[in-house]
Design a protein around this ligand. Structure first.
Ligand SMILES: Cc1ncc(COP(=O)(O)O)c(C=O)c1O
Length: 411
């Protein structure tokens, strides 16, 4: 992968802010889009746009074929056996809400236990919290070690008989931790628990293979994998999807509607009520082609290098004035570097860095359990993607030095 060629694929990187060329270090929030993806969406609307599964005319049939071919492309992307195991949703948040709501209706009963972790994004906590009220589940959390890993004895204690669902993230959006998915999934299966993987932060960085990961469900967002907003994916084992209750009700998901009774289509259509995001799905397929075209080995080694370099240089430059969160890159740290600089509130930090043309994220990153665990109100996070360079990290470090000097004051 030639990084300069790769950067040219992303027209937005030519923009400047406050008189400085953009340094975009917020790809964990959303990735930038390559020209091929931007063009794919325009091309869909220029040549293919029609509603799907409805028309008997040729244009609608072509739109339907493109939508279903995007489903096949997505299945290949994650190693799913059957495209019918792919449900298109708006993103990871909707995907996790679909799973919680549907399992809450069809599989979970009063007193059942769902196990999540302290490193989850709120989208993998709040939908389960809803089920505390109805049907009345208990929700437990695997805790975090000081350096941001799941505590193994908590996994052993909680992923055990009596647990109905184990739901956890592949890579933490704050700590960069890569979780031992296979180990937890095997343990869950042995205990009779379903397992759900939030792959929002792994899908952009590594090859996903649902057969090897061993989970029952996996969810990710298109916009973090160079695709458009408003499209995401739920993958689930077919035999489970067949048993599950529908999520939203409406057109396209039914077989028959009578006054007193409704019957549903088979998955995935049972879970896709209403007009789907056809353009989004077709454009997502172009994004998946793009990232696979770069080559996973090249993507992973480039990003590993960037994260390790940023980690070392930030520690070297600020010593005990900075605290970096999550496991060290030697242990495995992916995509993001979250930090606190002594005496500087993360929100002030993000505004001052913006003045230098550096776009990073400050806040609780929709992961307040992590903030509580480490006793901080917020953190600043730099996140990296294929188009970032070590020069971007140099610009970040220069800007951080200015911020640190500003808050240190004269003398
Ligand atoms: C780990 C993780 N899960 C879920 C989400 C929610 O994704 P979305 O906002 O695309 O639904 C995010 C978004 O940042 C995330 O990082």
């Amino acid at each position: 992968m030639n990084i300069e060629d790769c950067r040219k694929d992303f027209p937005i990187l030519e923009r400047s802010f406050h008189g400085r060329p953009l340094v975009y270090l917020d790809s964990a929030a959303t990735s930038q889009k390559p020209t091929k993806v931007i063009d794919a969406e325009a091309e869909f609307y220029r040549t293919l746009n029609a509603n799907v599964h409805r028309g008997v005319y040729a244009l609608s049939e072509e739109a339907t074929a493109a939508y279903e071919s995007a489903r096949e492309r997505t299945a290949r992307f994650i190693g799913a056996k059957d495209p019918e195991e792919i449900i298109f949703v708006r993103g990871t948040t909707e995907g996790l809400n679909l799973l919680a709501t549907s399992l809450g209706r069809s599989h979970l009963h009063k007193g059942d236990r769902v196990v999540s972790t302290e490193m989850e994004h709120h989208s993998n906590i709040v939908p389960w919290h809803f089920l505390r009220e109805h049907p009345g589940i208990t929700l437990d959390f695997i805790g975090l070690s000081d350096d941001g890993e799941l505590i193994p004895s908590d996994v052993e204690r909680l992923v055990t008989k009596g647990t109905s669902v184990t739901t956890f993230t592949h890579v933490s959006n704050v700590l960069g931790t890569l979780n031992p998915v296979r180990e937890i999934a095997d343990r869950a299966r042995d205990a009779g628990s379903l397992s759900i993987l939030d792959a929002a932060q792994s899908a952009p960085h590594m090859k996903l293979d649902v057969q090897k990961l061993g989970v029952d469900f996996l969810v990710f967002s298109g916009h973090k994998v160079f695709g458009p907003t408003g499209i995401g994916v739920v993958w689930g084992r077919k035999e489970l999807l067949q048993q599950m209750a529908p999520y939203m009700g409406g057109g396209e998901m039914i077989m028959e509607v009578e006054k007193g009774k409704v019957s549903y289509k088979d998955p995935p259509y049972k879970f896709e009520a209403g007009t789907p995001n056809v353009a989004g799905a077709v454009t997502l397929a172009a994004a998946l082609d793009y990232v696979e075209g770069l080559g996973w080995e090249a993507v992973a080694s480039h990003e590993r290098d960037l994260v390790a370099d940023a980690w070392t240089r930030m520690n070297d430059a600020f010593g005990d004035k900075i605290r970096l969160y999550g496991p060290s890159p030697k242990k495995g740290h992916h995509g993001v570097v979250s930090f606190a600089l002594k005496g500087v509130h993360p929100h002030d930090m993000a505004s001052l860095l913006d003045n230098e043309g550096v776009a990073i994220r400050a806040g609780h990153h929709c992961a307040q359990l992590i903030m509580r665990r480490y006793g901080v109100p917020a953190l600043t996070r730099a996140s990296f993607s294929v188009y970032n360079t070590k020069n971007d990290t140099s610009r970040l470090l220069d800007a951080l030095s200015k911020v640190e000097a500003f808050f240190r004051g004269p003398g």
